[in-house]
Design a protein. Structure first.
Lengths: 536, 148
């Protein structure tokens, strides 16, 4: 059979349908007319029909998948034409239809300049595919979206690229979140760099994973040297073990880490560093990592040390005052007393008067010493605070005043219901005693002396006052009177001039305020406050 | 009861205070003798019978020691520590008599074994009264061991 010797597909096919069969009618080529024959073959194509049906179904399924996919699918050509794009991709790029999109050419426009298409082309031409390439695409309206793209080059038998078939995923949200995170990371990093000893990070088990560059520079170490527990070598040898122990304790318990280190710097000197670390927990409440901060407190330490030294000096000075200066006064007083007691008959009136003046001056010196010592101790030495009854204190102040100050013919008013509060009893006594003795000292001889102690309250403070009807104080002296050694020469009092300075120091050492309201000739009212939130 | 051979060792560097204390102590005849050491080292020489006090006649055992804290050469607290760690001396009452009112000095004194701590009052009458009371209590009210 001639026909049989030819390839079947060289003939035009004529298909006749007969029941479930087909008759294939092939015609001899016209040049071979003389021996024209018709060969009819009948073939059962049930199988083929079924295959076609299956193919159609499959195509339908793929079509649905293609149409409904949330991932963008495309076929493009190397010269940038878009052959196919599924609705997801059309939507993704902000076009109304595929026709609308297909007018665009990827080679000409489509990519954000920082993500050129050349990279895509390069990769795909080299490897035949790209996988997970992230790039920025322009949408129709010019806005930028970030996509993740995988594609394969479809080539013909000559290895010429016909198409690129690819998938596209919109990752703009993820990308933006990443960008934000990167920005904030950068911010924190920058902040860390501005702190001389910087910030640090460790993992959950306490191994250092990051420190600021500023830190590495100051200690002259590399990140490799510092990481894990490398930073411990910066400590003086005797501090290494206790610090490690404490750090691991915090890591295990989640307790906040706070410790003063001495870090050796590149010049060999040590700096005092306050390290503060806080755990960061994941969603399950487990510690994921630690973040920390190093603060250089060397200067603060130095200042503290200086203050400590100065305090010690001051203390030594005050001790000297209270002891060495007191001794001669004891002697003067003692000998004056012996003179008056054993030799009074040898002394005339004038001599007696002089001795009395010596005694008065020795007394003043005693008081000055006492006040100076007090003044230096207030605020420097912690006073013991107890719950005290103001009423009892005022009672004993008045009793004390009655034995040493002229209180006869004085009208004294003090309220009954006064609060109980935490304060040093001794200091509160000193406040009231000094204010009361001032009220009595600067009395107006023209009228009967009246002294009133009172109390008010506001939200945060107890306010106490001592009011007199004495000579009063001119406005311009209202601040000056609280200075040490200031005494307005209004009376022949032999005070030390330190009473109000002591009052002010006590009140302020206890977070209170003190002030006066007064007019010359119209009496004075001294106020002071005690905060309500003072703890024991 | 007061013994007829009562000796008080006064360790005090201020001669004026020595005068005043002596004056107050000698208000009656309880005390036979007041010996004075002017600094810490002299006090220990006296008590351990060294140097100028080698002769026991010159250094009779005191019934009572009155000790100032701020002393030249050897501080009063050091003197006290030595007295209170010596078997032959530790039974002798040591009364601190000083102008220092500092809390830490008082605490340290008792920790070192002081039997009493008295501050010198500036008021002469108080001063006199205190010394007198001290004498009445430690030499008349209180019973002391016989000296070895």
């Amino acid at each position: 059979m001639k026909i049989g010797e030819k390839k079947f597909d060289e003939f035009e096919e004529l298909v006749l349908e007969l029941d479930m069969a087909r008759i294939l009618f092939a015609e001899e080529e016209e040049e071979e007319e003389e021996e024209a024959r018709i060969v009819v073959s009948i073939k059962d194509i049930t199988e083929r029909k079924r295959a076609e049906e299956a193919l159609r179904e499959s195509q339908e399924r793929f079509r649905t998948l293609y149409e409904n996919s949330t991932v963008g699918l495309y076929r493009t050509t190397p010269d940038g034409r878009i052959h196919l794009a599924n609705p997801a991709l059309v939507r993704m790029l902000g076009y109304s239809s595929f026709d609308d999109l297909s007018t665009r050419n990827l080679e000409k426009n489509g990519f954000e300049p920082s993500y050129p298409r050349t990279q895509f082309v390069e990769n795909i031409e080299k490897d035949g595919e790209v996988k997970g390439l992230e790039s920025a695409w322009k949408r129709k309206d010019g806005t930028i979206i970030f996509v993740r793209e995988s594609a394969r080059a479809i080539r013909d038998s000559q290895a010429k690229t016909l198409y690129y078939d690819g998938t596209v995923e919109d990752i703009t949200e993820r990308k933006q979140a990443e960008e934000k995170l990167r920005e904030s990371d950068q911010q924190y990093q920058t902040i860390g760099e501005t702190i001389p000893y910087g910030v640090w990070l460790t993992d959950a088990i306490g191994y250092c994973t990051y420190v600021s560059k500023s830190f590495l520079e100051l200690v002259d170490m590399t990140m490799e040297q510092v990481q894990e527990f490398g930073w411990l070598h910066l400590l003086p040898p005797e501090d290494v073990e206790p610090t490690k122990e404490h750090w691991l304790h915090c890591v295990q318990t989640g307790e906040y880490f706070e410790r003063e280190h001495r870090f050796r710097t590149q010049d060999g000197s040590y700096r005092n560093i306050l390290a503060i670390g806080r755990p960061i927990k994941d969603d399950t409440g487990k510690i994921a990592k630690w973040v920390g901060l190093n603060l250089d407190i060397t200067e603060r330490k130095k200042t503290e040390e200086e203050i400590r030294k100065k305090n010690a000096e001051l203390k030594a000075f005050v001790d000297m005052l209270s002891h060495d200066l007191k001794n001669p006064v004891v002697s003067i007083q003692g000998f004056c007393s012996l003179l008056m007691k054993n030799h009074i008959k040898d002394l005339n009136e004038k001599a007696l008067f002089y001795i009395q003046r010596m005694q008065a001056n020795a007394s003043l010196m005693t008081n000055l010493l006492g006040d100076l010592v007090e003044l230096s101790r207030i605020g420097r030495i912690e006073d013991k605070k107890t719950k005290i009854s103001i009423q009892e204190v005022i009672k004993s102040v008045w009793a004390g005043a009655s034995t040493s100050l002229a209180t006869q013919n004085v009208e004294f008013v003090s309220p009954e219901n006064l609060p109980q509060l935490f304060y040093s009893e001794k200091r509160l006594y000193q406040i009231f005693y000094n204010l009361l003795s001032n009220a009595l000292k600067f009395r107006d001889e023209e009228r009967k002396t009246k002294v009133e102690i009172g109390h008010q309250e506001d939200k945060d403070n107890y306010i106490f006052f001592v009011r007199d009807n004495g000579i009063g104080i001119e406005q311009k002296y209202h601040n000056k009177i609280f200075d040490s050694f200031s005494q307005l020469k209004e009376t022949k009092s032999e005070g030390t001039g330190m009473g109000l300075a002591i009052v002010k120091k006590i009140v302020e050492a206890n977070q209170g305020k003190v002030w006066v309201e007064s007019r010359k000739g119209a009496g004075s009212t001294f106020y002071f406050t005690i905060p309500k939130n003072v703890k024991s | 009861m007061a013994k007829n051979n009562t000796v008080v060792l006064l360790i005090e560097d201020n001669p004026d205070h020595v005068l005043l204390i002596k004056e107050a102590l000698s208000s009656n005849n309880i005390i036979n003798e007041i010996r004075v050491a002017e600094d810490g080292e002299e006090a220990l020489d006296y008590l351990f019978r060294r140097g100028q006090y080698a002769d026991p006649q010159k250094s009779p055992r005191p019934t009572l020691i009155i000790l100032d804290i701020k002393l030249p050469k050897l501080d009063g607290q050091e003197v006290m520590k030595i007295i209170k760690s010596d078997l032959g001396l530790k039974h002798i009452p040591v009364i601190v008599l000083t102008t220092t009112t500092q809390e830490e000095e008082i605490v340290k004194s008792y920790q070192n074994g002081a039997n009493s701590y008295i501050t010198k009052p500036i008021n002469p009458q108080e001063f006199y009264d205190k010394i007198k009371k001290l004498k009445i209590y430690w030499l008349m009210t209180n019973s002391l061991p016989e000296n070895g």
